[in-house]
Design a protein around this ligand. Sequence first.
Ligand code: ADP
Ligand code: MG
Length: 335
Amino acid sequence: IEGYSKIAAGEVIERPASVVKELLENALDAEADQIFITIENAGKNLIQIQDNGKGINEDDMEIAFQSHTSSKIKSADELDNLHTLGFRGEALASIAAISQIEIISHPAHQDYGKKLEIFEGKIKNNEQCGAPVGTTIKVANLFFNLPVRKKFMRSNRVELGHITDVLTRYSLAYPKVHFKLIHNSIVIINSPAWSDQNNVEGKNNLDPYKYAIQTIYGKNVSSNLIPIHFNDGNIKLNGFIGSPEISRSDKSAASLFVNKRLVTNNKISQLIINSYKDYLMRNRFPFYIIYIDVPPNKVDFNIHPSKKTVKFEDESKFFVDLQIIINDLIIGGFK
Ligand code: ADP
Ligand code: MG
């Protein structure tokens, strides 16, 4: 295994929540429908993610930790047909360069699991073991060899806040996955899959996305949402915009997903704020959850290593269309 630069690693991994995000994306790409995260000391000491996804073949486990090895795309052309959250093959290599890792993976077709221990990017131990089907990865002592980064981690309250934020947002985009977050033995988030819960009293027949919103934000929010739909054959947009009663003091409470990936896009948030501003008090922001689906070749996530910013093909036309539908919706819906 080749050592990965600590500096490069620090670019992808800014804080414990970045580790959680990358590992969560891997579990989702592995099609897990149960993802349990256990952390200690806001992730500074330990981050463990257990999934029931398809696992990693024993022969591929060491390769998974080499930089720029992704099983998800084989050539740049395949970026045009991307249906996974990961594609750079950098996350595991980066995390391994700046922490201590133990990973156990058991693909269903193998009779046993395999365990790897990695220290400073080097494999220290590799052995067979019993394990449930899926993957469990433990990341300990994050930034142990990047003292400045380690020192600049914020309080447990702040770092835990970032982690719960990542998890709550992902549970909004994957309502059919059961997510759980346990911090220092206390359950912080438990968001059962829609399919298990849709017959529970009071939640009958909820649309899966609305179900997830209700689970995370409660009934007051889920019953004050106006649905939004747009489809020009190329771009599909669905989601909900909250009525002014549930506006927020924090702009970042709203969520935008593009091809199920949590992103930020200032133009989209600004145009929603523009349409909405006559209905809001000062210093309040609209609450919305918007899911945009576009063909993978019409969108570029490759702008920043964190994959958090997004650029669309024909952006200006799209934004004009979007402003019109959102204006209509808001004028029609909130009067
Ligand atoms: P990427 O997600 O961009 O492909 P990563 O460094 O995050 O790169 O992961 C490297 C590879 O390890 C993935 O391509 C995948 O094959 C494998 N992998 C990582 N985590 C999991 C997981 N939880 N379940 C199954 N395979 C995984
Ligand atoms: Mg990944």
